[in-house]
Design a protein around this ligand. Structure first.
Ligand code: AMP
Ligand code: MG
Length: 517
């Protein structure tokens, strides 16, 4: 029987296995020798449930709450269930290539772990108020960024991307002040809290911080926790075990980057404090999706100049981040060269994963000899202002003979001119040769299973945010319902699978996102 949220029994496996900060205050400070600090959520005025993910509820064995009441009070931090020992984790990170020192959970407060039918999961309230790691910020989150995190984490799961999950979205009834454009014009926005769920929220940065302080004991305790709970297959957390864990994580990260890129997802802030020790997607901030294919697209306004986290760079940044983690693990492995050798294997792991993703997308197994075909595909995509998602979904419908552009027409933002028509004609001719040996219906089904119709497009989520802010409380639920079946045609929602409308071209929230959340 599913339990109400307020009757869940929270475990303390993270807290019990790792040293705690003895200071009980929420005051911002440097925390040494500890992996976590006690942090009670700060109550909010009038919490209301906006959305709930039933599948995540089923994993935990918890029932959907009513709009207000004791369950929603827990999700808002107004009530802490018995047995829960709320905490904020201590971690550091490299931000935009620079070591940033201590960061930590500045606004995420974990209630502990819950064991349900789907396994054991940490449960976290994002936006639940200040912690010792809030620095000068308020520990809160605005509704717009909370909707973005809630919708995207669930959409990613249904797109078969390893990710943290989202159980619930509540509004707090309190305003939050944000300077969205960093232009000295702060405004009040509605506040919200997302309940996030994952086997672990440990990041690369949890290891980097104690390593930067030469705290070998804490590093060892973290390795024992992570390996013991999440990588039991590698055995003990000795030098060999840590090396095996790092090898598995390297493979998982390579696959994750290939998966993101195949779907046209751009994370936007791949700092090492935002990379998961499980190789899952974590921390949905100024992420975005390719509408028009542009390999240099970055949604994050803070990253415009450098483009560090742009679409195509994600593969290399995964590598760079793993190299930072490798350095942090040296004291546990004792041999930097062996760690470096694992890092050196990343490019090949990524290439293999990318080839596999690409093969699924274009409908045949890409081999070395196919390089010119693939290069020309990317060239033509870029030359013709093409929608990444619509193109690949439509490619499956290109018939064996006849004008290929009829099937692809929806993918183009402007009708291709004569030169481009010829270019696409030539490319499709080669593609037809390459797919000739296969049963068309079987190939089409395979391609459709790899190429979604529905992704949480930036403009679609922005519409949902505006509707919710205007009082349409069902908007998030309705969008999530569509995104639960991203590979299936849903004629009533076809509009949501369309190209980015003109109004969204340069609209904040649609193509340009700030970190202000
Ligand atoms: P992010 O880039 O969003 O992953 O955040 C980087 C760091 O800033 C993390 O330590 C966050 O916990 C912290 N942070 C971001 N926003 C807030 C906020 N509103 N209040 C407190 N800490 C925050
Ligand atoms: Mg973060």
């Amino acid at each position: 029987m599913p339990a109400p949220v307020h009757e869940l029994r929270f475990g303390t496996r993270f807290q019990r296995s790792l040293p705690v900060d003895p200071d009980m205050r929420l005051w911002p400070r440097e925390v040494r020798g500890a992996a976590w600090s006690r942090a009670h959520p700060t109550p909010v005025r009038s919490p209301r449930l906006v959305s709930w993910a039933d599948e995540v509820g089923a994993l935990l064995g918890v029932e959907r709450p009513t709009e207000t009441g004791p369950a929603v009070d827990v999700l808002a931090g107004n009530r802490v269930p018995e047995g829960s020992e709320p905490f904020a984790a201590c971690y550091g990170g490299h931000q935009f290539g620079q070591w940033a020192g201590q960061l930590g959970d500045g606004r995420a407060i974990a209630l502990g772990d819950v064991t349900g039918p789907g396994g054991t999961f940490e449960v976290q309230l994002k936006g639940a108020g200040p912690t010792p790691y809030s620095r000068r910020a308020d520990g809160r989150a605005v509704l717009r960024s909370s909707i973005r995190e809630f919708i995207c984490s669930e959409a990613m799961h249904h797109l078969h991307v390893p990710t943290t999950r989202a159980l619930a979205l509540v509004t707090t009834g309190e305003p939050v002040v944000r300077d969205m454009f960093y232009d000295g014009n702060p405004t009040e926005e509605p506040g919200a809290i997302v309940t996030r769920v994952a086997p672990s929220f440990v990041r690369f940065g949890n290891f980097e911080l104690p390593a930067s302080r030469s705290d070998r004991d804490l590093l060892q305790a973290l390795a024992e926790h992570v390996i013991g709970e999440h990588y039991p297959e590698v055995g003990r957390a000795d030098a060999e075990g840590v090396l095996r864990f790092f090898t598995l994580l390297t493979e998982r990260t390579a696959k994750l980057m290939a998966r993101w890129m195949a779907l046209g997802f751009v994370h936007g802030v791949m700092n090492t404090d935002n990379l998961s020790i499980l190789g899952i997607t974590i921390d949905y901030g100024p992420y975005g999706w390719l509408d028009v294919f542009d390999p240099d697209f970055t949604p994050n306004t803070t990253d415009y100049r450098e483009g560090r986290y742009r679409w195509r760079q994600q593969a290399a940044i995964g590598h760079w981040n793993l190299a930072r983690l490798a350095r942090a693990l040296v004291p546990l492995v004792g041999d930097a060269e062996r760690l470096d050798a694992v890092v050196a294997g990343y490019p090949e792991a990524f290439s293999a994963a990318w080839r596999e993703e690409l093969s699924a997308k274009i409908g045949f197994t890409v081999q070395a000899g196919d390089d010119p075909l693939v290069m020309e595909l990317f060239g033509a995509l870029q030359a013709s202002e093409t929608d990444w998602t619509i193109f690949f979904r439509s490619l499956a419908d290109v018939p064996r003979t006849g004008d290929p552009l009829l099937a692809l027409a929806e993918a183009f933002y402007a009708p291709p001119d004569a030169a481009l028509r010829q270019r696409w004609g030539a490319w499709v001719a080669s593609w037809r040769v390459r797919t000739a040996g296969e049963d068309p219906a079987e190939r089409r089904a395979r391609m459709n299973a790899a190429n979604p119709i529905f992704i949480p497009r930036n403009w679609v989520v922005q519409e949902c945010i505006e509707a919710t802010e205007a009082g349409d409380v069902g908007a998030v639920d309705r969008l999530l319902e569509v995104l639960r079946r991203p590979y299936e045609p849903q004629p009533g929602s076809a509009r949501l699978a369309g190209r980015r409308p003109d109004w969204a071209r340069n609209k904040p929230g649609c193509s340009a996102l700030s970190c202000s959340s």
